[in-house]
Design a protein around this ligand. Structure first.
Ligand code: ADP
Ligand code: MG
Length: 140
């Protein structure tokens, strides 16, 4: 067993449709416990910095517009193999490709408005959770 922490966002499309509880409940029921959580309306600079690795992609402007249009929920999730487990629960980026019963298959509107973010590696998880949370805000 490897207890890890990963970083998760409930994106604007899901918050707008009152899916916060549904999504958090799914994580808890699968052994991913929120150990930090905050609702926030992201600034453009927060969203641009968070998604810096995608800054040259053609969809970057659209992605920042989307992520800043209404509030998100920022979370640190903790549990066994949390990084991979979260990616499995989320499903593929494009809901058309996502496996049955994944969050994106169940809830996403499109490849862009895909309801949830999850870190894809230990390095990303550390960078992303530190981008939004101070150490004192995370507690097991
Ligand atoms: P993931 O979120 O599955 O790790 P990526 O890191 O590749 O996916 O992309 C980050 C986010 O950018 C996606 O979750 C989605 O919101 C958006 N995105 C990715 N590809 C596209 C695209 N082709 N068109 C519009 N938005 C996209
Ligand atoms: Mg990614």
């Amino acid at each position: 067993m490897l207890v890890e922490r990963t970083f998760s966002i409930i994106k604007p499309d899901a918050v707008e449709r009152n899916l916060i509880g549904t999504i958090v409940s799914r994580f808890e029921s699968e052994g991913l416990r929120p150990v930090a959580m905050r609702r926030s309306l992201l600034s453009r600079s927060e969203a641009e910095g968070f998604y810096a690795e995608h800054s040259e992609r053609p969809f970057f402007g659209e992605l920042v517009d989307f992520m800043t249009r209404s509030p998100v929920v920022l979370m640190v999730l903790e549990g066994d193999n949390a990084i991979l487990k979260n990616r499995e629960i989320m499903g593929a980026t494009n809901p058309a490709d996502a496996a049955d019963n994944t969050l994106r298959k169940l809830h996403a509107n499109s490849i862009g408005e895909n309801s949830v973010h999850g870190s894809d590696s230990p390095v990303s998880a550390a960078r992303e959770l530190n981008w939004f949370f101070k150490g004192s805000e995370v507690s097991s």
